[in-house]
Design a protein around this ligand. Structure first.
Ligand code: VG1
Ligand code: CO
Length: 543
């Protein structure tokens, strides 16, 4: 067993985005690419000598081989121990929990989340810190700085580790422990929710469909929903993680989880439907004939979390990403707790959770989570919903109608323009940024602009400043349009346009979303001149 120092050169484009580094799988598999980034990560976090790391991924193509490389590099860099999910599997929230539970110094999570997987699709790698959360901006800046100057990496030349057998082994002097990926996570869930009540709900004939989308949540959902809570076998569909996710996008929204949507809106629909994404940190919630927008789901969970044992003392505060609708703000106001607005990406919630300023956090992109880990958590959200359904005896649509009657309905939609020429997307943003000050008071599609600004964030805990986090345009009457460029794509640029309109008249709660948002949509497209810049008439995906 020999430690080898391999000469390398900086490789372009290793800049972590919203959630770690994401690239085409073949780019990651290219000469020195993965190795460079892993060494830059180790260097960027101050070295891993004597440290304990958690390692696991969503099971996508290249997951297992990349883990072998990471293990040999961790050993060569002097790490004391690596804890790995059996088969190389760990959902993002389970990895976050394991880091915290075992007091590890950090972890490497292999995933490109909702991006498709396979040799011609996407791969990703992110570093999480000792609190179990995604590396902060400060840490990712250091990692990125290393990628630009790196000239060598260290790797041990040794045998492969058997990732499939639970137990302890060694790579050189480094201890390796293969653990069951589900057990610790399931035990945590049992401390938060009333499993007895949920079990009784299923025993009483309540029906559910959980679409794991051939991704990492399958084993977790089967163990918890079917084996522990007694939901009938077949409740979980697409429950075996596949390297290419069955050829789909493991993105839990009405577009990519269409079969589930069809079932929930068809004859004989179950009482409750849910789906999760590639790495298990997102969730989609849908009742019988009742899709719940992620922003509304966050509001409902905030309003009712006290019904679950883990949250019976109430919430310290809530937090949402800036583009997420203001529905949760209204709930927080009534609860008398603080509501924080952060940039997109879970890394910004970590400090608020660590400092005890927030208990629940969420994003419009179907991420919801709490202080139990430092990542968003798909199955956790589903279990909190189940606990609320069991306690109230109400249906999903009844719960939502009650929420809207009390707080108003925030109509919400996100329009994604994918694979736009990056220069054109940047030009659109630059032009819009320049004209923001002149927009106030102007009229578009019959709506008057009440404010227009660029969102930036001052972290209330560590004082760090994050600039240029999205352009916001508010309209008189409570409407809002937000523009930002995605930081998770691997091809060209994706322009996200977020549209929102609050409706407080209960007789207008049954409008189709597109209709309720038609004026805001028109105003957003006119103001940004999106078509002239990009040549696009319509978004690729509307959620
Ligand atoms: C997207 C979502 C964002 C989420 C991020 C990572 O980022 O909009 O809300 O935090 O994905 O989620 P972007 O930059 O493409 O808009 V996941 O499930 O990848 O870890
Ligand atoms: Co994800």
């Amino acid at each position: 067993m020999q430690i080898k120092t391999v000469q390398t050169q900086p490789i372009e484009g290793q800049k972590p985005g919203t959630s770690g580094l994401r690239k085409k799988t073949k780019v990651f598999m290219g000469p020195h690419y993965l190795e460079n980034y892993v060494q830059a990560t180790f260097d960027g976090v101050g070295g891993v000598e004597g440290r304990t790391l958690v390692v696991g991924g969503d099971g996508r193509y290249f997951n297992d081989r990349a883990i072998q490389v990471i293990l040999r590099m961790a050993a060569a860099n002097g790490a004391a121990q690596c804890i790995i999910g059996q088969g190389g599997i760990l959902s993002t929230p389970a990895a976050s929990h394991l880091i915290r539970l075992r007091g590890a110094d950090g972890g490497l999570i292999l995933s490109a989340s909702h991006n498709p997987g396979g040799p011609d699709e996407d791969f990703g790698l992110k570093y999480n810190g000792p609190n179990g959360g995604p590396a902060t901006e400060g840490v990712t800046d250091k990692i990125f700085a290393r990628t630009k100057v790196i000239d060598s990496y260290r790797i041990m030349q040794t045998h492969e580790v058997d990732l499939d057998t639970i137990g302890k082994t060694q790579v050189g002097a480094m201890a390796v422990e293969i653990v069951d990926p589900v057990v610790d996570y399931a035990a945590l869930m049992e401390t938060l929710f009333d499993f007895g009540k949920i079990r009784a709900l299923f025993a009483g004939g309540f029906t559910m469909r959980f679409d794991a989308m051939h991704a990492v949540t399958g084993p977790y959902a089967r163990a918890i929903l079917e084996e522990t809570l007694g939901a009938p076998e077949g409740t979980v569909i697409n429950g075996i993680p596949l390297p290419d996710f069955g050829g789909g996008h493991p993105d839990p929204n009405p577009i990519w989880a269409k079969p589930l949507m069809d079932e929930m809106y068809g004859a004989g629909a179950p009482d409750f439907g849910a789906a999760s994404d590639g790495d298990g940190d997102r969730n989609m919630i849908v009742g019988r004939n009742a899709y719940v927008t992620p922003s509304d789901s966050l509001a409902l969970l905030a309003a009712k979390a006290h019904l679950a044992p883990g949250y019976k003392a109430g919430l310290a505060g809530v937090a949402r990403s800036m583009p997420t609708s203001g529905a949760v703000d209204r709930v927080a106001e009534k609860l008398g707790v603080a509501c924080y607005e952060t940039p997109t990406g879970w890394k910004f919630f970590g400090n608020l959770l660590d400092a005890g300023k927030a208990t629940l956090c969420g994003e419009e992109s179907a991420g919801t989570g709490s202080s139990h880990v430092r990542e968003k958590d798909g199955l956790w959200a589903v279990l909190l919903w189940l606990n609320i359904l069991a306690e109230t005896g109400q249906s999903v649509s009844e719960l939502m109608t009650d929420l809207w009657s009390e707080y108003g309905r925030c109509y919400y939609s996100r329009h994604d323009f994918e694979d736009v020429d990056a220069a054109k997307a940047e030009a659109m943003v630059a032009e819009l940024r320049a004209k923001l000050p002149s927009l106030v008071g102007s009229q578009h599609a019959g709506l008057t602009v009440s404010y227009a600004d660029e969102f930036s964030y001052d972290d209330p805990v560590d004082g760090s400043h994050s600039a240029a986090q999205g352009l916001r345009i508010g309209f008189e009457g409570g409407g809002r349009a937000v523009f930002r460029l995605s930081g998770t794509g691997t091809v060209g640029a994706t322009i996200r346009v977020y549209l929102e309109q609050v409706e407080t008249d209960p007789t207008a709660f049954d409008q189709p979303t597109a209709q309720a948002l038609s004026k805001i949509t028109e105003a957003a497209l006119t103001i940004s001149d999106l078509k002239r810049h990009t040549g696009r008439d319509a978004p690729n995906v509307i959620t």
